[in-house]
Design a protein around this ligand. Sequence first.
Ligand code: TPP
Ligand code: MG
Length: 386
Amino acid sequence: MYPRDRKSNKHWSKETKEQPLREEKIPTSFSKTPSRPANTLKQETLIFDGNFEQMSEYGTDTENNIFSDENLLDVYRQMVLCRTLDQRIWALNRQGKAAIVASSQGHEAGQLGSISAIRKGYDQCYIYYRDLAVLLGLGMTPTEIIKGFVAKEGEPLSGARQFPTHGAYPELGIINLSNVIATHIPQAVGAAMASKMKGEDRVTIAYFGDGASSAGDCHEAMNFAAIHKLPVVFFCENNKYAISVPLSKQMAVDSVASRAEGYGMPGLEIDGCDIVSVYEATSEAVSLARKGGGPSLIEANLERYLPHTSDDDDSIYRDAAEIEEAKKRDPLILLKAQLIKDNLISQSEDDIIRDEARRLVDEATEAAENADYPDTSEFDKHVYSD
Ligand SMILES: Cc1ncc(C[n+]2csc(CCOP(=O)(O)OP(=O)(O)O)c2C)c(N)n1
Ligand SMILES: [Mg+2]
């Protein structure tokens, strides 16, 4: 088993306090005790008695225990594949073949760590434009993804009609309807409300950036979700920039997670480059939501290594030295170092993993580039109800 290490989790901690209008107490922090191995979820309904420790009692309810050696290696493979695919898509943009790219480089641990904690294909992910690793981790193939960037027939999210990575893949629980910032957060809350009304134990995760967290839609969604104790996890990928606007220019508090208390839900600030911390935090939030304990807000602090999109020039507003410093936290380097330290991988095995990723991405590129463009006679298919 992979050693559990929560040292990098920085908890937003406040004492439990009485909520005057509610019978039960709302936790305002996750417990600091290490969570249990996977599959230890108790079957009875969670009734929160205000004891934070109780959250960890429920551990994670997924079958993807990230702490098994095999799963951790698999997640590393996915991380390498995602980085390789992201680099390729960026190159396709520079070759004039892909219209626009919002790179996920630096966000991989946040995205893969969080989806490792859900029931894939059952839970729903309302993602945003930078969530390449969520798409891959939930089961989209590199060919399907590249087809979206080069607008080719067979792209499953929107039939290549939309902005790349946008559309929906209901079988995989992927919804990405618009890149108008934060508009999907109330939609995710609505989906969570539908699950609750139907009596399902489905959890919805809403992914969004630090900039989106300052949008009105985000506040309304969180407030509503907390009032109705909806099964939703708000997952903020805080890369400290909204295009060129640094965090200090779009919020007056230090942490996005600290806002959770104002809505009446747990908030947790974590190291979003440390996949184990991300997995543990998300597992606890997902367990809480699934058992009727309501929403949580997770703030994953991570890095954006490239400009906002392929249309942006970050040299105007960001020092190269800052980016170099950020690269010391590269989630791929951190996880590889841990795997080597734990004797789970050697340098030559890492080379094999990288070669394999390149081969998969080469094949996917070729398949996507050789595919036809969509038939224009079907141009308005799916635009309305058909
Ligand atoms: C409502 C709205 N306002 C402005 C924009 C333009 N816009 C696109 S991305 C972006 C920044 C979002 O930053 P953040 O939420 O931190 O996500 P990141 O790109 O950093 O991952 C903005 C302002 C938009 N798409 N929608
Ligand atoms: Mg940002």
